[in-house]
Design a protein. Structure first.
Length: 378
């Protein structure tokens, strides 16, 4: 059995989903060979630049304009379009590259973690009569928001969704009921493990007090330094753990702040591989609203406070989870500490958020997705 995972790297979320699923198969399934392919990285430097550095530059400099354009694009009447809006990214060279990967690897299963490879696979299935394209094909909605251009994927065999709230939207885009699978967003199986809070705090040299985990995503899109300074206005004794990802500027600013203020309740990290442990040691996470990060926090029953300046689907993730009482939102960055102080005073609200999370989270999502795909091969 061969499984080909196709991804694109605007951040780490799409890649992490592929790694979570491939890791589960490696650990629990015999005779399964997996391969993860980023369709741009190392092959198409220009498009890789656009979906990475250019994307994050836009998010930092013109986020409100970008989000407004994104919402307009979502509302367009795609039935009147003469040109596929993904054509620039899914060009002939990209199609040829993916076709070659499929013909060389000959997968039984093709899993697409991003819209661009999914559109390419759908187009190849429609255009070419390749034996390898008789593989079962899958796409995942990895946010709490149906992405634009999903209507181009009707000939993908199955589409995984975070929950059944998104079923009607996909049916309206032409999907059959049987194609839509309520799976949750897959996370690494280590997030499902129960870790004692006191023990993990001792292991990480943290004090056993209320702890806020401040994260800005793998690519460090956020201002952890400004947020920490604001949180230190709190009337409460709060331990703060920061993860700035690849944003070395933020990491260095926080190191200077910690040293200058002798802040013994601040622990500062750059890029880490033990987010599951940090979440287990925390009482709340203040973060961007990526679908994967949100699902990881839910796996740990960890309430979320959403940071400001969220791009595209992350902004819609925030709006959706606010409607479910599963997160709070820092509308004004200067008031971040007040939101946390108010939550600490309102145990009922804190418990309501935790209950909402327990209702929404999907247990063992990676296991479910893997076993579903493998079962279709029998």
């Amino acid at each position: 059995m061969k499984v080909l995972f196709l991804t694109v790297s605007p951040g780490e979320g799409h890649n992490a989903i592929c790694k979570a699923l491939a890791g589960f198969m490696k650990n629990h399934e015999e005779n399964v060979e997996t391969k993860i392919v980023d369709i741009f990285k190392g092959r198409d430097n220009f498009r890789d630049f656009l979906v990475n550095k250019a994307y994050f530059a836009l998010c930092r400099s013109a986020i409100h304009f970008a989000n407004a354009c994104f919402e307009l694009f979502k509302k367009r009447d795609y039935r009147k379009e003469k040109v596929n809006p993904t054509t620039f990214f899914v060009d002939k060279r990209t199609l040829k590259f993916i076709q070659n990967e499929i013909d060389t690897f000959c997968p039984d299963i093709i899993f697409c973690a991003h819209m661009f490879p999914a559109v390419a696979v759908a187009k190849l299935r429609h255009t070419f009569n390749s034996a390898c394209l008789k593989a079962k094909t899958y796409f995942i909605v990895s946010d709490f928001d149906v992405p634009p251009c999903t209507e181009l994927l009707n000939n993908i065999d199955y589409i995984f969704v975070p929950n059944n709230d998104f079923r009607e939207g996909l049916i309206n885009k032409g999907f059959d009921e049987a194609q839509i699978i309520d799976s949750g967003i897959p996370v690494d199986e280590k997030f499902a493990k129960t870790i004692d809070k006191e023990e993990i705090r001792e292991k990480l040299n943290l004090k056993n007090i209320f702890t806020a985990l401040v994260m800005s995503g793998g690519d460090g899109l956020g201002n952890n330094y400004k947020l920490v300074k604001n949180l230190r206005k709190s009337n409460n004794k709060i331990q703060i753990v920061t993860v700035s990802g690849r944003n070395t500027k933020q990491f260095k600013l926080l190191e200077k702040y910690k040293s200058k203020n002798n802040d013994t309740l601040l622990t500062n990290y750059a890029f880490v591989n033990n987010v599951d442990e940090l979440m287990s040691a925390s009482d709340i996470v203040i973060t961007k609203m990526g679908g994967l990060t949100t699902s990881e926090a839910f796996s740990k029953d960890l309430p979320i406070i959403s940071t400001k300046r969220l791009p595209f689907q992350e902004n819609n993730n925030k709006n959706y989870l606010l409607s479910k009482n599963a997160c709070l939102y820092i509308e004004k960055e200067k008031k971040a500490y007040e939101i946390l102080d108010n939550l600490l005073k309102d145990q009922k609200k804190y418990n309501e958020m935790k209950n909402a999370i327990k209702f929404m989270k999907k247990e063992k999502s990676s296991e479910y997705v893997c076993k579903f795909m493998l079962k279709q091969q029998t």
